[in-house]
Design a protein around this ligand. Sequence first.
Ligand code: ADP
Length: 590
Amino acid sequence: MDSSVHPRFPFIESELRSFHGQAADTPTTISQEMEYINTIGKRFVAAIDRFHVHRALLAALQERYGLAACCILLKGDPFELFIIPCHPLSTSFLEEMFQKIASAAHVIDFPLVSAEQLANSAYFDAPDEVVEYRTQEDIEGAQIGSVLNIPLTIENRIIGMLSLFDVVVGAFDTNLLKLTSMIADYAAVALENTRLRERETALWRQAEHERQRLELIINSMAEGLLITDAQGAIVSLNQFARCLLAQAKIDFQTAMPLREVAKKSNVLWLHQLANVIDQGLMGKTAMNQELMASGRQEIVPLTLSISVAPLHDVSGKRILPIGVVAVLNDVTSTKQVEQLKDEFISVVSHELRTPLTAIKGYTQHLIRRLERRLRKARTTQPEVTPSVTDLPENYDLHSLYVMQSQTEHLERLVNDLLDRSRMRENQFTLEYTTFYFADLLAECVRLAQASAEQHTFSFIIQQQNTQVVADRTRVSQVIGNILDNAVKYSPQGGEVVVRLEEWEGNYLVSVMDQGIGVSPELFDHIFERFYRIHNTASREYAGIGLGLFVAKAIVDGHGGKIWLTNNQHGIGTTFHFTIPRKPSSKGDAS
Ligand code: ADP
C-alpha cells in the first residue's frame, strides 16, 4: 500500500512530464497543460459554494486518477471534514479512512483529532453524477490500496488537508504530484473564498435579522421614538412618533431641520419639540420635558414627556453630536390622574377649612376671655388668689393654647395641600403688608412651644428694627412649617433655637434643632414635592412631604433663599431662609 503526506515539493524531473506522460517542453503540451489549468481555475472561480468546489475538485482529480474517495479536512472551530466518495464504500473502508486522515492530520500540524471525532463529524457529499455503480461484493471486499495526503495552503498557511483514497495500490502517480498540489491550491483558495462568503452571508443575515427585530421592537414601543441627523432633520421614527407628527401635519420625509419645519407651522408644541432637539444637538441631555401636544381648551390636553440624548460618532472624532435620539411618552393619563387627585384634595381641603376657621375663631375667643378673667383676678383680688397659676382657669388657658397651636398646625397642613398645585406652577399671589418680623417670629415660637412640652424654644434677635414688607400669612406659614419639623424630627425633645438677624440687606431666620438630622446628599431633595426621607416616611413621623416644598415656593416668591446645614456638633440641622426687607422694584409683589 502506498501512503504519504506530501509537503510542497521541490521541482523534480518527472513532473516536467505532462499528465499523459509525454515530454513537457514541447509547445503543444505546454499549451495543453495551460489550457487544462485554466479550465480548472475557471471551475473553481465559478464555484458559488463549497459543494461546487468539491465537484470541481473531484472532476479535476478524476481526470488524473482512479479514485475511491476524496476527503477535505478543514481547520476551524469546529473543524470540518467532507467526504466525497466516487462509489459506495464499506464501513471498514471508511473506518480505516478516518484512521489514516487522523494520523496524517497530526503530521501536518493539525490540532489533535481522533478518528472517532472525524467519523462523528464527517459530512458526506456524494453527488449523483460522480457515484459509480458497485456490486455488494465489490463494496465489501474493497480495501484501501493507496492514499495521498496533500496539505491545503494559502500563502504558506495550512488551512486543511486533501486526502485521496483508492483501492488500487500505486493509484497515485507521483509524476503528477506537482499538478495535484496545484489543483489542491486552487481548491484551498476556492474553499477559503466560499467560507468567507458564507461567513459574510451569515453575518449579513444575522445583522438583517437583528435589524428587523429592532425595527419590530421600536415599532411596537408604546413610546414615540425619533432620530435626527446633525442638522436636526428627522431621519427615522417609529409608529407612535409618526402618528404624533401626523397630528401636527408634518411631512417628515423632508430633509428639513425640525426647527425650520416648526417655523412654517403654527403648532405650538412643534416649536417646543424643535427646541428640545436643538438642545440635544448642542450635546445636552434633556429628561422628561413636558409639552402639551393639544390645545389647553381640552379638559386634559394630550401631554407628552420628552427625553432627548445626543448621538455621538462611534469614532469619537466629532465633538458635536451626529444626531439626536428623542423618546416621546404620552403622559396624558398620568396628568388625568394627577388632575383628579388635585381636584379631590382641593375639595377636601376646602371642606376642612370651614370648620377649622370656626374652631380657630372660637379658641381665640375663649383664650381672650380667659386671659381677661385672669388679668382681672390678678388686679382685683390679689389676696384671694395668692398664686394665679394655681387657678383652674390657668389650666384651661394652657389647654386652649395647645388647641390653638394644633389648629394652626392643621390649618398649615390644609393650606399646604391647597397651595401645592398653585405653587408648582408659580400661580400663587403674595399680599404684601408692613409688619415687624420679630413679632411674627415671637408669636410663631409661642404657639410652637405651647404644644411641644419636651422642647425648649429660645428666640434670639440681633436686630432693633425688624420692619418688613412681605406677605405676613405666607411668611408665618414658612416659619410654622420649619418649626413643626424641628419639633417633629427631634422626638427626644431638646432645644430649638430661633435666630433673626440681618444678612446682605435681607432678614435671615435660622431654626436650629437637635433632632435626627438630614444627610447632605438629600439637602436638595427634601424641598421637592411629596419628598420624604426614607427613614422618616413611617408612621412615627406623620407628614406628607409638602411643608418644605411650599416653604421654598413662598421664600422664592419673595425673592429670598432657603437652605439647610448640619449642626457643627453633628446633632440635628439648622434651616435658614432669607426674606428681603421689602420687595424688589422688579415687581415681586405680584
Ligand atoms: P413632612 O410633612 O414629611 O415633614 P416636609 O416637606 O416638611 O414634609 O419635609 C420633607 C422631609 O424632610 C421630611 O419628610 C423629613 O424627612 C425631612 N426633614 C424636614 N425637616 C427636618 C428636620 N428638621 N430634621 C430632619 N429631617 C427633616
